[in-house]
Design a protein around this ligand. Structure first.
Ligand code: NIG
Ligand code: FE
Length: 397
């Protein structure tokens, strides 16, 4: 098919804007993109859709979500508003562990039914690729259950799902005070089983005082790399434990959150080519005051991605355009950086070279917007301006 009279943001070198553009798609790939006036004759006979000047971007990519879970944590939200902190609640056995209790008690089919409406909201905000983590099971069987749910999402919705093993998300009550034992007896065996079943694309962990230290995580990352799986890390969200540098030392695709990232961490990420995934929804929800070092990341040339962190505790948010708005307003990203953060840089954070930009040969995953300038995507608060999506060369019905 052929899109005509589009305002194209190719995301090649910044916005890579092409006004009055045409875009030819063949199968699930982009065949050609450029000015209308330069459209090769070979593509002129394709069935055309007039975009009427609308903005067309790559389909958005949410590179960090916890979209599979049961229950909610509205009561915790209320407790925090009465003065409790996220860490207080976690130490008292709430927080992530309360979602673990609910998720363990829910079947695979029911978890899928709960996840799909969340995925629909992400799709409605322009997403065509979504990463989904485990991490609320914390037994071998419950982690595998979550990972199977994540894998099944793509069979039910027009969206590509990248699945991440996050058994090292919290220490469950059965292993209280024994993080090492949990890694040996649950995290590592679930990693091997999930990999053998072809369930996972990457391995993540939560490096924090209320979760795991770098030394506790070392055997897990060593095993992930031995299995040929890329790693990433929730690092420096609430304190600086040197997580980003540790992850970078294992060639991490990304380090995520990063409010307390040190200059050593930045240097290590730059050297390893790791992406900085910033998660303004969690910062906003937890009313953090420590800002991630955006200017220093920018100066060091570390690519920044923006994601929702969709989860029931620290970021109950299912809109990528809202995440972009928050990244700009709270963290001072430019709207161009925010859009790179949900396209080209998010693709890189997932290790995907076939999407995130508009260029011949890349996947025909696109978002058509009720907008004529790409800054509009970050500028509006909450309202989604999506007109239509194209996933794998097919227009949504
Ligand atoms: O990315 N930081 C750890 N994990 C999630 C929170 C999960 C939860 O609170 O349920 C996050 O913020
Ligand atoms: Fe997270």
């Amino acid at each position: 098919m052929l899109l005509t009279h589009a305002t194209l943001a190719t995301m090649n070198d910044g916005y890579g804007l092409i006004p009055d553009a045409a875009l030819a798609l063949e199968g699930d790939r982009i065949a050609w993109a450029g000015p209308m006036s330069a459209l090769p004759a070979a593509f002129r006979a394709l069935p055309a859709q007039d975009c009427d000047g609308r903005l067309v971007t790559p389909g958005l990519i949410d590179c960090h979500t916890h979209a599979v879970f049961a229950g909610h944590r509205a009561v915790e939200f209320e407790l925090r508003l009465k003065g409790a902190s996220y860490e207080d609640i976690a130490r008292a056995g709430g927080g992530i562990l309360s979602t673990v209790t609910a998720t363990r008690a829910t079947s695979e089919d029911d978890l899928l039914a709960l996840a799909l409406p969340r995925i629909d909201q992400l799709i409605a905000s322009g997403a065509t690729t979504v990463e989904v983590k485990s991490g609320y099971g914390l037994t071998v069987e419950d982690e595998l259950k979550m990972l199977r749910v994540a894998r099944r999402i793509g069979q039910h919705r027009p969206v590509a799902v990248r699945v991440t093993h996050l058994a090292a998300h919290a220490v469950p009550p059965e292993f209280k005070g024994d993080a090492k034992g949990y890694i040996e007896n649950i995290a590592l065996p679930s990693l091997r089983a999930a990999h053998a079943e072809g369930l996972i694309d990457a391995v993540d962990a939560f490096c924090e005082t209320i979760a795991f230290s770098v030394e506790e995580l070392r055997p897990l990352f060593t095993e992930a790399r031995a299995l040929g799986l890329p790693v990433k890390l929730h690092a420096e969200q609430l304190s600086d434990l040197g997580g980003a540098a540790f992850a970078a030392g294992h060639g991490a695709l990304s380090a995520d959150h990063l409010e307390y990232l040190s200059s050593e961490g930045i240097t290590a990420m730059a050297a390893a080519g790791s992406v900085a995934v910033i998660l303004p929804g969690a910062f906003y929800t937890l009313r953090e005051s420590q800002l991630p070092p955006i200017a220093a990341l920018r100066a060091a040339g570390v690519p920044m991605a923006v994601a929702t962190d969709l989860n029931p505790g620290s970021s109950p948010m299912a809109s990528l355009t809202l995440a972009m708005n928050m990244a700009c307003t709270l963290f001072r990203l430019t709207p161009e950086e925010a859009l790179l953060g949900t396209t080209a840089h998010a693709a890189r954070a997932l290790g995907l070279g076939d999407r995130g930009r508009i260029a011949p040969g890349l996947r025909a995953d696109l978002a058509l917007w009720e907008a004529d300038h790409p800054a509009e995507l970050s500028y509006r608060i909450g309202a989604t301006a999506l007109h239509q999506r194209i996933y794998g060369g097919r227009l949504d019905a």
